[in-house]
Design a protein around this ligand. Sequence first.
Ligand SMILES: NC(=O)c1ccc[n+]([C@@H]2O[C@H](COP(=O)([O-])OP(=O)(O)OC[C@H]3O[C@@H](n4cnc5c(N)ncnc54)[C@H](OP(=O)(O)O)[C@@H]3O)[C@@H](O)[C@H]2O)c1
Length: 327
Amino acid sequence: MKALLMSGPAVDGSATNVAEVPAPEPGPGQVAIDVAYAGINFIDVMARRGDPGYASGWPYVPGLEVAGTIRAVGAGVTGRQIGQRVAAFTPGGGLAQVALAGAEVIAPVPDGVALATAASAPLVVATALLLLTERARLRPGETVLMHSASGGLGSVVSQVATALGGARRIGTVGRPDKIADGLAAGWDHVFARDGDLADAVHTIAPDGVDVVLDPTGTALLDLDLSLLAPGGRVVLFGNAGGGTPAPLPPAGRLIGHNAGIVGFSMSRLIATDPRAAAEALTTGLDLVAQGSLRPGVTVVELDRVAAIHDLLSKGLGRGKYVAKIGN
Ligand SMILES: NC(=O)c1ccc[n+]([C@@H]2O[C@H](COP(=O)([O-])OP(=O)(O)OC[C@H]3O[C@@H](n4cnc5c(N)ncnc54)[C@H](OP(=O)(O)O)[C@@H]3O)[C@@H](O)[C@H]2O)c1
């Protein structure tokens, strides 16, 4: 089968190629999926550049989310039929014609939902839902601020915030020329992080924001806390800049403001509570089927994925990309 193969860590696409590799067979508790579309994610870039904990080993086939049809089921799997249309979290290996997934972290794709769209449901739609509900506990009328708001995840978080009754949605982007992309992604206000962001945010939200979603690591944590309204929550869910996250601030800074800092990792949730991840995936697909969420995707061929990884690595991605793999 064809797969996107990273032969070793690299700062660019020089070690990434489409290669012929053996198709994997499902082990106990797994299903094999004929992949129609696979999501392309910034986390693939973190694996490519060799950030610890992202590639399981080398050579590495990236790809953490797919949609397609079940090709084979492993021992002990019940309730899944060959030929069923599904979306799935994959533990890597998704950017390939055949991918394996744990049977407990797949969900049927409802009629009317295109497989290209469904391929963005695991790591984007489900993550957006869990960030704002389980982790941020967003309540109707609250204000949400998200960093790196114009990307694949950002464009869906803005929609989920609206669906949950969020009153004001503020996005930040790394450069002024991405402000238009952030507005196109559905954010009410978008600011570049090169000016006086705190002043700009306080103009929109004089009392502060209730929720900050931060995928950048801890570099902005001091700013995040300064932007919070009383009772506000910061959700840390990434480390885009790489490196070792800084220690958390002194407890007094949280106690004195009734503030909270929580973390989120989908891979850790899959490892510890796969049912919660699958439920979020099912809920997300249902919301898409109902028309409550409309994730936009740009479809590219498998041999273009390394170039999309380059775009993402330079912060030049626009919205969500998925790779067309099969039919
Ligand atoms: N915790 C989880 O389970 C989970 C799940 C999915 C995604 N994520 C995280 O959510 C973020 C968005 O993911 P995505 O796939 O939708 O990617 P994306 O937003 O399409 O692209 C990544 C964005 O990260 C920002 N960025 C910040 N520092 C960067 C750096 N040093 N190099 C390159 N880009 C940098 C850039 O936006 P700006 O220039 O606007 O800042 C860039 O556009 C990523 O950080 C990802 O790791 C976490």
